[in-house]
Design a protein. Structure first.
Length: 112
């Protein structure tokens, strides 16, 4: 799941984490006019859930910061699925580019 990680903070409470600046697609994010911080990655997660995995909606919460993306909750399976979706985007520049361009064309605004 690299560059993301899933940790259990307390029994039955999980966090999916991504350190901003830790992905091989940072230059593409900047090229597309965005800041590669936790809020941008929350937008990526929201787009992925709404377009590719609507069954994940409402199964976890987001708590990003400038330096880190974080999704958390008690549903480990949902966070693992989100992690797999995000890993595919965070490691593939062309997939990230398509996601951002399509989302913006559909009216989605990434939080920069």
């Amino acid at each position: 799941m690299r560059p993301l990680s899933l940790i259990e903070l307390d029994p039955g409470k999980f966090s999916l984490l991504l350190q901003a600046g830790s992905t091989p697609v940072e230059a593409v994010i900047v090229e597309l006019g965005h800041e590669p911080h936790g809020y941008f990655w929350e937008g990526v997660a929201q787009v992925l859930v709404s377009t590719e995995a609507p069954g994940l909606a409402g199964r976890f919460s987001y708590d990003p910061e400038a330096g880190m993306f974080c999704a958390y909750g008690t549903d480990r399976e949902a966070l693992e699925e989100l992690g797999a979706l995000m890993t595919a985007v965070a490691t593939d520049a062309e997939r990230l580019r398509r996601l951002v361009v399509t989302a913006e064309a559909d009216g989605f605004e990434f939080d920069d």
